[in-house]
Design a protein around this ligand. Sequence first.
Ligand SMILES: NC(=O)c1ccc[n+]([C@@H]2O[C@H](COP(=O)([O-])OP(=O)(O)OC[C@H]3O[C@@H](n4cnc5c(N)ncnc54)[C@H](OP(=O)(O)O)[C@@H]3O)[C@@H](O)[C@H]2O)c1
Length: 360
Amino acid sequence: MLTRTIYLSLDPYQWGRRRSSLETAGEVCHGRTVSQVVESNMPAYREGDFVFNTNGWQAYGLTGEGISVFTYMFPRQIDPALAPISTAIGVLGMLGLTAYAGVYVQCAPKAGETVVVSAASGGVGQIVGQIAKLCGCRVVGIAGIPNKCAFVTAVLDFDACVSHKSPDLPEALAAACPDGIDAYFENVGGKVFEAVLPLLNPRSRISLCGLVSQYGNPSSDDPHEAWRNQGQSTFQRQNVEVHQLVVGNFVATHQDAFLADMADWVRDGRIKYKEDLWPGLRQAPTAFRAMLEGGNFGKTLVGVGEDPTLNESLRAGGQAITCWERCLEWRRSDYSAPAQHMLPSATKRRDCVSHESNRC
Ligand SMILES: NC(=O)c1ccc[n+]([C@@H]2O[C@H](COP(=O)([O-])OP(=O)(O)OC[C@H]3O[C@@H](n4cnc5c(N)ncnc54)[C@H](OP(=O)(O)O)[C@@H]3O)[C@@H](O)[C@H]2O)c1
């Protein structure tokens, strides 16, 4: 089956594959994609269908017998009537499952408990906090710039959000968690983890999802081992449960239940999601770097080819200018560090996403 790539997902683990030489120079970079079938000899797929697959960083790709599937990322049909098709690599895909598995299955928070999530405005973090809110918890986010903290509290309805850029992070986090921390969803590590450790309550739970602050660390030491050593004495004293999170371990057991729950939550507006769309495959390297440095805002994805469903819904709404064109407009100037200087103004960002009420 030949498919045309529409959206490419950018995820921090792709950097790990390069760094560890699992993927060598000259190979097509791996990446999860939303695609449209161009031609198919597979009975389950017809021309025009939308699929989740792993075309990687390229405009077209082959799927099917004889083409290796990237571990647990099996191709599947996407129903464009369920939600915007981009969500199949976001909130209604592996990213949403990561959040669900870590916070809902591993941490199993109870109503009234305090849940903290780092990289709170990012792809995984924004979903984690909202699931914890659905469980009746007090939810505290940790994010970078003030815009992100404001989004997390004002739009996602977290109870508080503190900035890891503040020199007073430990004090600010302690003030936001007056009853300590019962569950922590770890995306970051480093000084954020340092601030979390003294606040962990007895029998608290941690889902160790990622350590993005360490991904550029030139040391060859295993960051997970260093993280465990850093927390060891607190873990023992407070009887903390630490769960290593590998989303692939939850696909067979939890993906179907997750998709059913999450589709309902997104449809009802109980879960909102923010996508950070970078139009054009050429932007993928720039967008990837931005994501690792905090220059993204929401789930990072690259628009590779035209999304016909998006255009249809926009036409139905009678809008003269497409979201796609507006995104192009505000992404025209290339990303350059420092990250906070490249963030487009709130007005432009709102313009770009106005066609979906729960898509911020
Ligand atoms: N275990 C699994 O199976 C699995 C699956 C998917 C993802 N993950 C992990 O989940 C985490 C989030 O992934 P994502 O795709 O949702 O990315 P993301 O959160 O959308 O983007 C990464 C964010 O990390 C934050 N960050 C970067 N450097 C930082 C630093 N030095 N200190 C504090 N924060 C920093 C930035 O947010 P701020 O601007 O707010 O600092 C940035 O926006 C990553 O660690 C990833 O590896 C794990």
